[in-house]
Design a protein around this ligand. Structure first.
Ligand code: NAP
Length: 305
């Protein structure tokens, strides 16, 4: 029986692992679908304290993992599919077929990219429609692409894509961008980046690969044709809580409900990171919540004894 199983190896899970391991709890950390979490899909993190020159997102989580391992954390690549309460804790079922037992659980499963949800998007996934510029940007060298969204992620994706693409057009559904001023300014200053406002992608079309999109102007209701080689969707994220439905209390958008000490509604189950964060969603706040969850686990276990 494990003392604590941590679900998720993003920055929240890794920070929880560092704290739990330093408390001698030898945590077992299960990767989930995206090992390393969202930071592995980003480029430079400029606002994590202690890195005045910025730090590569993947390196930040990898180093955190090494740090946790140094204190005795065990990492496993697998995906939790469900859990059951058992007498002395929980039984977690993994996709690989294994069932692992633990006294406590920290859910740090994060959030995954939101897709547009239009039928033609499905048809062109992997053929020009993607949610990850860091992963797929290099395939669009010398091409023109669009980025859908108006938040920080959209600005970041657009800026990153200018390394490869000749033109990047941001398509946003409103007149005002949601992104922070610093990210907006950076994007607006870049000569390769253009903006189309008040518009959504109604359809993606092409033969085998993406050749263009049909845009709908939400103010006038008019449709227009826009030629493009790629569509990068950057419209936010959905919490990874499907496997918890009916077992833990979620809000209407699927985020895990937690109190200010990172406790869920089930005793012994704690939470950290974006899976419970509807407001901040920053690397540093995710890390902070991972620390809090692990400290609460330690307290919970010592009170059990
Ligand atoms: P976000 O802030 O929630 O922005 C999502 C954007 O997508 C919004 O502009 C939204 O439009 C648009 N959108 C949502 N659903 C849509 C749909 N179905 N069709 C068309 N457009 C849609 O998400 P995010 O940009 O991923 O950022 C998430 C968090 O991470 C934020 O707190 C952000 O600050 C942080 N972040 C920070 C950095 C950085 O500092 N470098 C980088 C990336 C992310 P509306 O504006 O109309 O709602």
């Amino acid at each position: 029986m494990e003392n604590v199983i941590i679900l998720g190896t993003g920055i929240a899970g890794c920070t929880a692992a560092i704290y739990a391991a330093r408390a001698n709890l030898a945590p077992l950390v299960i990767s989930g679908e995206q090992d390393g979490g969202q930071l592995t899909l980003t480029t430079e993190v400029e606002n994590f304290p202690g890195f005045p020159e910025g730090v590569d997102g993947t390196k930040l989580v990898q180093d955190s993992k090494v740090q946790a391992e140094k204190f005795g954390a065990k990492f496993k690549i697998d995906i939790a599919t469900s859990f059951e309460e058992i007498e002395s804790g929980f039984e977690v079922s993994l996709m690989g077929g294994e069932k692992v037992h633990t006294k406590t659980l920290i859910v740090a499963t994060g959030a995954s990219a939101r897709w547009l949800g239009i039928p033609s998007e499905e048809k062109f996934k992997g053929r020009g429609v993607t949610v990850c510029a860091t992963c797929d940007g290099a395939f669009f060298k010398g091409k023109e692409v669009i980025v859908v969204g108006g938040g920080d992620s959209a600005m970041e994706e657009a800026l990153f894509l200018t390394r490869f693409c000749t033109k990047v057009t941001v398509v946003h559904r409103r007149k005002e961008l949601r992104a922070s001023k610093i990210m907006q300014d950076k994007a607006k200053k870049n000569e390769k980046i253009h903006f189309i406002y008040d518009s959504v992608v109604d359809e993606v079309y092409g033969e085998k690969l993406v050749e263009g999109v049909k845009l709908k102007n939400l103010v006038t209701g008019e449709f227009s044709d826009f030629k493009t080689d790629g569509v990068f969707v950057a419209i936010g994220h959905i919490p990874n809580t499907k496997f918890l439905e009916g077992k833990l209390t979620l809000d209407e958008k699927g985020y895990l409900n937690a109190d200010k000490f990172m406790h869920t509604n089930v005793k012994g189950i704690f939470v950290a990171g974006d899976v419970q964060d509807t407001r901040f969603r920053q690397a540093i706040s995710a890390a902070g919540s991972g620390c809090m969850a692990a400290m609460e686990v330690e307290k919970f276990l010592s009170e059990l004894e």
